[in-house]
Write a protein that binds this ligand. Structure first.
Ligand SMILES: NC(=O)c1ccc[n+]([C@@H]2O[C@H](COP(=O)([O-])OP(=O)(O)OC[C@H]3O[C@@H](n4cnc5c(N)ncnc54)[C@H](OP(=O)(O)O)[C@@H]3O)[C@@H](O)[C@H]2O)c1
Length: 301
């Protein structure tokens, strides 16, 4: 497949889209266009062309004409809309569509409560696969990142680290290992995928910035801050029950409780998205990262 030069991005102002857009522009290999909903209130950096459009297939086809690749970083509400985006991309002659996935990969053993949330993603994935089978000129790819770790650690003290009040929660024995990908890692993975369109075509990529556990993270946090953090000990079983009770009562917050319990449940072994030797980091030319460097980055803000 010929090299990708012209890239359109959906969801460029979102949590993950912002990092990807910044990396695409910094890399200087691509001609980047942002596509955004006509009624969107998202804001974007100056200097990048923005097409505000209705998300109908004809309007999207017009917006995507001349693009080599699409990166979709739309949020949960836009996941199913990607079928129309793909129809438009295919009609416009786009060769590679990177789906908004950024999850734990198709083999992940998630809790049953996430079946409903996961269904539209599976449908989009099947749709992408069908389109690519019927039209070899159209390819898709998706990036499994596991926990978006630096962002998630900073945003959600439930994950165990309260960077504002400098205290920690360790679940179970704190030894459950998991992989995570930083915001820079995610952005670099997407940039790398666009540079290797042939190799990434029609498959899930699996990446990781670090593999760690809560005890290691606590040691890193204490080393970087030079402080002993107060630690509360809790169990993922209690967190799971708390989340399930919220869900049963229709209260908010159950998703986070269940995500954290799912990630850290001791002995579950479900949170290593990919082992180092099988990861696509090399193919995607992702710079190496480590836990200490990541923690320093979080604390610098
Ligand atoms: N692994 C994890 O734990 C994890 C964590 C966070 C996110 N993710 C995944 O990463 C992807 C991006 O999530 P995010 O949190 O970065 O997204 P987000 O910030 O919630 O939204 C990103 C953008 O999606 C677009 N959008 C919103 N509603 C839409 C709709 N109905 N139709 C079309 N576009 C719509 C908007 O762009 P415009 O306003 O420009 O139209 C918005 O700025 C998702 O697939 C999400 O599930 C994974």
């Amino acid at each position: 497949m010929a090299a990708v030069h012209k890239v359109a991005i959906f969801g460029a102002g979102g949590t993950i889209g912002k990092s990807i857009t910044s990396a695409l522009v910094t890399d200087k290999s691509f001609d980047v266009t942002i596509i955004s909903r006509a009624d969107s209130t998202s804001t974007f950096p100056n200097g990048i062309p923005v097409t505000r459009t209705d998300y109908t297939v004809p309007a999207l086809t017009a917006a995507l004409r001349g693009q080599d690749a699409v990166v979709s970083a739309v949020g949960v509400a836009g996941i199913s809309k990607q079928k129309d985006m793909m129809d438009a991309a295919e009609a416009a002659g786009v060769r590679l569509f990177i789906l908004s996935d950024f999850g734990y990969g198709p083999a992940h053993q998630h809790l049953p409560e996430f079946d409903t949330i996961g269904k539209p993603r599976q449908e989009v994935l099947s749709y992408a696969s069908e389109r690519a089978k019927s039209n070899p000129q159209f390819t898709w790819s998706a990036v499994a990142i596991g926990n978006p770790i630096d962002w998630a650690l900073n945003a959600f003290p439930t994950l165990g680290f309260d960077f504002v009040n400098r205290k920690a929660i360790i679940y179970d024995s704190g030894t459950e290992r998991f992989t995570g990908t930083t915001m820079n890692g995610i952005a670099n993975a997407v940039v790398g995928a666009l540079k290797h369109p042939q190799e990434v075509a029609n498959r899930h990529l699996h990446v990781r910035s670090v593999e760690t556990c809560q005890n290691e993270l606590l040691a890193a946090v204490e080393e970087v801050t030079g402080e002993k953090w107060p630690v509360a000990h809790e169990t993922t079983k209690d967190l799971l029950e708390k989340g399930r009770a919220k869900l049963a009562k229709g209260e908010r917050g159950w998703v986070l409780d269940l995500i954290v319990a799912q990630l850290l449940e001791e002995g579950s072994g479900r949170s290593i998205v990919v082992t180092q030797d099988k990861a696509d980091n090399g193919l995607l030319e992702m710079p190496k990262e480590d836990v200490l460097g990541m923690v320093r980055g979080i604390l610098k803000g």
